[in-house]
Design a protein around this ligand. Sequence first.
Ligand SMILES: NC(=O)c1ccc[n+]([C@@H]2O[C@H](COP(=O)([O-])OP(=O)(O)OC[C@H]3O[C@@H](n4cnc5c(N)ncnc54)[C@H](O)[C@@H]3O)[C@@H](O)[C@H]2O)c1
Ligand SMILES: [Zn+2]
Ligand SMILES: [Zn+2]
Length: 371
Amino acid sequence: MTIEFKAAVFRTPNEPMTIETVSIPSTPPPGDVLVRMKASGLCHSDLHVIVGEWEVPTPMILGHEGAGVVEAIGEGVTGVAVGDHVVLTWTPPCRRCRYCVSGRPVLCDEVARHSANHLSFDGRTRITTLDGEEVYSFAGAGTFGEYAMVPESGAIPVRADAPFAQASLVGCAVTTGVGAAINTANVRPDETVVVFGCGGVGLNAIQGARLVGARRIIAVDLSDDRLAQGRHFGATDVINSAKENLAERIGELTDGRGVEVAIEAIGLPVTIEAAYASLARGGRAIVAGQVPDGMTITIDPFVMSDSELKLIGSNYGSSRPAIDFPQLVDHYMNDRIDLDALVTRVIKLDEINDAYDEMKQGIGIRSVISY
Ligand SMILES: NC(=O)c1ccc[n+]([C@@H]2O[C@H](COP(=O)([O-])OP(=O)(O)OC[C@H]3O[C@@H](n4cnc5c(N)ncnc54)[C@H](O)[C@@H]3O)[C@@H](O)[C@H]2O)c1
Ligand SMILES: [Zn+2]
Ligand SMILES: [Zn+2]
């Protein structure tokens, strides 16, 4: 038995995704969970694929920032039940490998082997077109469709009174940004933090730094509207790097020392280098933004050793989704972080191409599909 449902299918870069009817088994295989999607955010990572900056197998259902309700569970699933409200993680941990056991599930061996190749844990796809063609699901999630099938560990239960649109953003932007500040950087209250980029990820890095009480939070962007959002989410100072001299302004704001923590949330070599260059001696630069395939950066290794600078990658905010998702939803429900202002447009699935055109133009923060 199968379920037929609508999904946005990506086939060719720089061409619109097509809304197609596709098919999924109504009974999940052992260990899997079938989720009826309720909301999915539009993340910039999918845009990397849409514009051809990241190559993926096709056809593919993109989207990896989603929330929904468990519709059915496969044999052996004990951690979630039918009817649970869940947020999907794009790094479903195997819970057995060296990384999982040591508390770093985003680096899981099975994720590297399968989810990173847009497959389920058995190395296969779950969805087909009505002609029987296999359809990949981005990062094994594929939230731009009415249903998704994920391993049990990929569906994290959250409280049922949280709205789906806001909860969906916990599946990527919120966890990535807040986590970059509090998990990867481990920001402390006496530190000054600069965040490059005030998009979905950067604004969350700002509110993560605020959550742990950073003394000064500097937001950098090219857009005054984005910088106003940066202030709303907790920036104490803003720099428009299109109009102001970045290095000079950082110097002014830090008595010439530089910052203890710089978080890059854009995904460009030039801003990663600028983040690194903004550090005080002993500082750490966190790379959360992801660059187009093949790009590299240049740094001075003498300065790195002499000043004990750290350049640290951050995948999914170095999170432990099973712990962090319910925590972040609680922080939102308790008004400790803001997810409402991130949702600047609610769309139907068939408006997805238009919403990605808006992201290209820098309009809005997050568009969220409501199913
Ligand atoms: N590490 C991870 O696990 C992870 C997870 C999700 C997203 N990402 C990546 O994070 C990056 C940001 O994603 P997003 O969804 O927040 O994107 P976004 O498009 O919502 O935001 C990007 C922001 O950067 C600003 N910007 C662009 N160029 C700039 C420049 N030269 N100088 C200053 N500001 C500039 C834009 O004005 C915008 O405010 C992407 O590369 C995405 O792929 C990484
Ligand atoms: Zn994302
Ligand atoms: Zn693992």
